[in-house]
Structure formats: C-alpha cells, structure tokens
Design a protein around this ligand. Structure first.
Ligand SMILES: [Ca+2]
Ligand SMILES: [Ca+2]
Ligand SMILES: [Ca+2]
Ligand SMILES: [Ca+2]
Length: 572
C-alpha cells in the first residue's frame, strides 16, 4: 500500500491536478530545521510540507535506525492532536533519507484508550518494533511491528501491564539473537489480578509472537526508570533506580540509589530466566525533581542509561552506565544535578569510580538531566543530555540546550562539552497559577539516542515553535569543524599520527626538542638551543629550556642530544 503525492499546479489552463507515481517517501520535503553550529535538528511531527503543525503536542520520543538501510529511521512519540485536550496517542514518523524529511502516522487504539511510553527498536533484519503502553479503557503494553521501514504496522501483540517500560532486541547474531526483552517499574504494575506478584521483566524467544514472564522470582527490589543492554554473548543487563524514598524535601523525592542486574540465562528459551542484582555507586542519589524552578516539574528527568561495547577490540565487553545524580550531601542552593558515568570491565562484578561528564562550573541553576548514552561499533561512547548551564531569566532551570560529549578511551577522558541545539523553554506551554507561570504538561519523561560508527542519532522534544514538538538530531565528533564526522574525515584526507581517533589538525602534537616544528629532532634544533645559550628562558613553557630551570644552558643542549631522532643528531 503506497501513498502517492498529490500536487496542485496553477497554470494558464486553470487548475491541473497531477498525480505523481512516486511514493511520497521519495518526494518528501525537507522538514523544518533548527541549527546549532554544524548540527541540524529536523522536526519530525510535521505536515506534508515539512512544516510545524500548529496546536499539536509531541513529546517523550524514542528512535530506531535500520541496520540494513542507514537512511531508514523511525521515531515514535506521545502525540496529542490538540495540545489542549489530554488525549495522547502513539505517533510515529519514518524517514528514508537519513532524517532530513519525515512522514507521520498514528497507531490504532481501542475506544477511550490512550497510548503512552513509546519505545522503538530494530532487529538485525531491518524490521522496526514499537512498544506502546495503552491505558484508559484497556491497560496493556503491546508491540507493533513494521516490515516496510515504518510505513505500515502489524496488529499489536500484548506483552504485559506496567509503567515506564523499556524494550531491547538482541541483534548480536549470538545464541539469543532475535529475542525481545522488556522491563518496567516493579511498583508500576497496577495489575487487575490481586494475586499477581510484581515483576519487571518479560521476553519473547519467538520473534514477538508470544511473551513469557519468568516463572521464578526476580530479585525483590524496587526497580524502576531503567533500561536494557545486551552483551555480545547475549547476556542481558538491566539498569534502574532504587525507587525507595530516602527523603522528600521541597525540591525533590530523593531516591535510594542505582541498580545493575544481570541474567546469563534470559537468552536460553529452555529455561525460565533468573537475575542477580547489585547496587552500584553512581556518585550521587537518584532523584525525581518537582521544584517549579526545575527543568520538568510535572514529569521525570530521564531513565538510568546502560550500554555495552559489542566490538572485538580492547574495550569489547565493557559495560557503561550513565545517569543524572544529585550529590549525596546536597544542600538547597547547591548545584542540583550532574550527569555521571561508570564503567565495568569485568561483566558487571566491579565498577569504576563515577566520572562527572558535564564540564561546567557547579551552579545553583545548572541542571543536567534526560541522559542519553550509546556505544558505537568502533568503541566510541556518545553521551548527550539536557543542560541548563546557560539558562537566564526568572527560571534559568527551564532553559535547556542539548549538550554532547564523547569518549574514545572507555570513558576515562571526555571531549569538551559542546552545545548541539539552541536554547528552548521546557516549561512551555505554560499556564498562570497564583500569578506565576507554570508548566502545563511535562515535556515527556525521557529521550533516546542510538550510536553508529560515525555519530549518534537522537530523538528529543523541544519547544522551538513555542509548543512541544519532536526533533531528530544527528551528532558526531567534529573537532575540525567541517560538518563531517571525524570518523569519515579519517577515511579520507585527515591523518591520525597518534592513533587516538582525533585528527592531527585538532591536536598539538608536541615532540619534545622539535624546536623548528618539522617533525623530528636534529642538529637544526640543536643550533636553536646553542644560539640562545646562557640567556634566560622566555617563560616556563619555553621549549628551549628543556630542563625547565629558567636558563638556556649547555645542560639543555645535552638533554636535546638525548632526544635526537637519528644518531649524532643527523638531519634527514
Ligand atoms: Ca507542532
Ligand atoms: Ca549541575
Ligand atoms: Ca570533522
Ligand atoms: Ca590523533
């Protein structure tokens, strides 16, 4: 079933209706674009001319990219046809040109049923899956499948009843290949059966035809706001907050910590899966903020991110977690949230000390939240989050930009944080309450990122039109600022002498003793030292003062001799 474009052309003979025989996916119009530097956000919930639909509302997006056609991307979101009517449905958009243009639709629902909590993923064959939580007349999370790139969708298959669900499909090609896994809040299972023992995990081992909850008990922990990762051996990992309240203050619910769970048998269709659970230290508490000065007073601030390195390289098998945290000893008036990262190199048994990835100066209105994490096939780690460090006005915590940082060394060091969107107000649309403007509806509870070798694909919600809309954004390492991923640059004209994935033009490659900067150390460099002999150094960074004692002397000449590239300091 193809949709065809209908174009109206006014000519001298009057109005002529042309029916184009090209499917509209080939004739799609580049959608509304918002730019920050080299990074372009394309609006997804647009009309057939690629323009904003005034008066709708779209938030809480999820994204999936095809593994067989890199230009095929699908985004799902909570779609309100009329922003003033609280009736949300399962919006979807598909693109066949790398996210430049989008066509939209809405999945079906039952009468008086609403749809929320969209989660999208793909399998290794390029099929798309859309998990949608129904509530209202029918409480049920279900999975829709598209075999044509997101244009048309199957009837839903029922999965479970639960809240804040996530889903991931095993694409490894290993023993669990094709399995579909879902998790949700243990406390969010408002199940109609009073004898139901709350669970938070379900799987399909037959490609989504049927689903089974574990027969055996899962660890009895108050898990929620979590996600899923799958190792290259098909082991399954879950992340989440420990939802138990630690404190409730005027700013937030302070929750009790973070969890990592692991199953080595969820991949095996012949056994009922079991999990082990441990608390991990992410360097601060998990919180749910509701301060009116905070970023998303009516909603949550993101899920606990987890991802694995599936490469066969030295970092293959690493597990990473990324989340927003509040300092354990936090006091009112201090920096409220940061984004923290931890790493396990031993299958989750032990974890690194937490790293603060945001690099701004701590400040009372500097919220980092809606964390997003991805690991590329070439082991690069991509992190993106909402950040209010540049917020101004009455409520700086409502003025967000997306920021990006990546790591090529397993999260030991991180690129300088970079804003990848302009600023927008997460409290829009607002309403007047007792004389002050307040957020009318949450801007969703999460966002979503998936990495590929060149960069990261992101679906996020923003208010660039003064209302909540959903955008697609591709970010990529671009230290040389040429609007091309540095990964691609290195396959073309750029060099990487020290093999750290960063093009030479972005790095000052200092060879000690190479005073004339020609890439080696020889008697020409020696002449430069001797010419300045017995003179004071120009400063502490004078490269001629090799021993850094403030004077250029024969001692420096002797040191330089030891650094020469060739014997007897010969020139090339
Ligand atoms: Ca709109
Ligand atoms: Ca902060
Ligand atoms: Ca570049
Ligand atoms: Ca380099």
């Amino acid at each position: 079933m193809n949709k065809y474009n209908q174009k109206t052309i006014a000519g001298s003979a009057g109005i002529l209706i042309l029916i184009s025989l090209t499917p509209n996916l080939n004739a799609a119009v580049t959608s509304h674009v918002i730019s920050q530097g080299v990074y372009n956000s394309h609006q997804v919930n647009v009309d057939t001319d690629g323009q904003n639909i005034v008066g709708d509302k779209a938030n809480e997006p999820s994204i999936a990219t095809s593994l067989v056609n890199q230009n095929n991307i699908v985004v799902g979101w909570r779609s309100f046809a009329d922003a003033t009517i609280p009736n949300k449905q399962a919006g979807y958009g598909y693109s066949f040109d790398g996210g430049h243009s989008w066509s939209n639709g809405t999945l079906p629902s039952e009468p008086l049923q609403q749809r929320t909590d969209p989660v999208l993923d793909t399998d290794a064959l390029g099929n798309f899956y859309y998990q949608s939580m129904g509530h209202g007349s029918v409480n049920q999370s279900s999975l829709f499948k598209s075999m044509d790139g997101g244009i048309s969708w199957s009837d839903p298959v029922d999965q479970f009843i639960g809240d804040k669900n996530w889903m991931l499909i095993d694409k490894t090609g290993g023993s669990g290949a094709g399995n579909i896994y879902s998790t949700w809040r243990r406390s969010g299972s408002s199940h109609p059966d009073p004898s139901y023992i709350p669970k938070y995990f379900i799987r399909s081992t037959d490609g989504g035809i049927s689903y089974q909850e574990p027969d055996v008990g899962l660890p009895v922990i108050n898990l929620g706001f979590g996600r899923i990762a799958i190792a290259s051996n098909s082991d399954v990992y879950l992340s989440g907050m420990k939802e138990d309240y630690l404190t409730v203050n005027s700013i937030a619910i302070i929750r009790n910590g973070h969890y990592f769970l692991k199953s080595i048998n969820a991949k095996d269709p012949n056994v009922s899966p079991t999990f082990t659970a441990q608390q991990v230290d992410m360097g601060g508490n998990a919180v749910t903020l509701y301060t009116q000065n905070g970023p998303n007073p009516i909603g949550a601030d993101g899920d606990v991110q987890i991802s694995t390195d599936l490469s066969s390289g030295v970092m293959g098998g690493n597990i990473y977690m990324f989340h927003y945290t509040q300092a354990y000893n936090w006091q009112i008036g201090e920096d409220p949230l940061d984004v923290h990262f931890i790493r396990s190199e031993d299958g989750g048994d032990t974890w690194s000390a937490p790293v603060r990835v945001n690099d701004d100066v701590p400040a009372a209105q500097s919220y980092q939240y809606f964390p997003m994490l991805g690991v590329a096939p070439n082991s690069r780690i991509d992190t993106v989050w909402y950040d209010t460090r540049n917020g101004t006005g009455d409520k700086p915590g409502s003025m967000a930009q997306l920021y990006y940082s990546y790591s090529w060394d397993g999260g030991v060091s991180w690129s300088e944080n970079q804003a990848v969107t302009p600023s927008f107000n997460t409290h829009q649309p607002t309403k007047l309450v007792n004389g002050s403007l307040r957020q009318t509806d949450k801007i969703g509870d999460y966002t979503h990122l998936v990495s590929d070798a060149n960069g990261a694909h992101i679906a996020y919600s923003a208010t660039f039109n003064g209302e909540q809309d959903v955008y697609y954004l591709n970010v990529f390492p671009d230290c040389n600022n040429n609007a091309i991923s540095d990964v691609i640059d290195l396959t073309q004209d750029s060099e990487d002498t020290d093999a750290n994935h960063i093009p030479d033009e972005c790095e000052v490659l200092v060879i000690p003793g190479d005073l004339d900067g020609d890439g080696d150390v020889d008697r020409n460099d020696m002449s430069i030292v001797l010419a300045s002999r017995n003179q004071p150094a120009s400063g502490t960074d004078d490269p001629k003062d090799l021993n850094n004692d403030g004077m250029i002397t024969t001692r420096d000449a002797r040191m330089l001799r030891g650094l020469c590239t060739r014997s007897r300091c010969a020139t090339e």
